[in-house]
Design a protein around this ligand. Structure first.
Ligand SMILES: Cc1cc2nc3c(=O)[nH]c(=O)nc-3n(C[C@H](O)[C@H](O)[C@H](O)COP(=O)(O)OP(=O)(O)OC[C@H]3O[C@@H](n4cnc5c(N)ncnc54)[C@H](O)[C@@H]3O)c2cc1C
Length: 101
């Protein structure tokens, strides 16, 4: 994978083609199968809510995610339609498009 990245960077930025790699590391990314966050009550556990799975956009999406999560926990009107973010989409036979990361 690193070789592929280096090839693409060289193609896009020829001026840094000879730059070396100082260090590398690996880790998890918080993703869901469809790359859409889960912001939702957990239907099978009353009072439990999940707000996770931002798939590499958690810093940017965090404020909106937090706003919707707070609305759901408080039980009032939601700031946006929460349907696309429901956890049950993975179990209610909804068609899931595998996300592109
Ligand atoms: C390489 C990389 C680049 C990224 N770049 C961007 C970007 O440019 N823009 C952007 O918007 N987003 C980016 N993101 C995504 C963003 O970092 C995440 O979406 C965001 O940090 C998720 O926040 P979170 O609080 O939901 O989860 P996390 O930040 O993962 O926090 C979860 C916390 O829970 C703790 N924890 C886990 N399990 C347990 C347990 N059992 N008990 C107690 N504590 C536990 C963990 O230690 C961690 O501190 C990037 C992510 C990665 C990996």
């Amino acid at each position: 994978m690193l070789a592929t990245i280096k090839t693409r960077v060289k193609a896009m930025f020829p001026s840094v083609a000879d730059a070396g790699v100082v260090s590398t590391w690996g880790g998890y990314i918080d993703s869901t199968p469809d790359a859409v966050p889960v912001i939702s009550p957990v239907d099978s556990i009353g009072g439990m809510f999940v707000a996770a799975g931002c798939s590499g956009h958690g810093f940017g999406a965090g404020p909106g995610l937090g706003h919707l999560a707070a609305d759901l926990v408080a039980g009032g009107a939601a700031c946006v339609d929460p349907t696309p973010f429901r956890m049950s989409r993975f179990t209610d036979r909804s068609k899931i498009e595998v996300g592109d990361f």
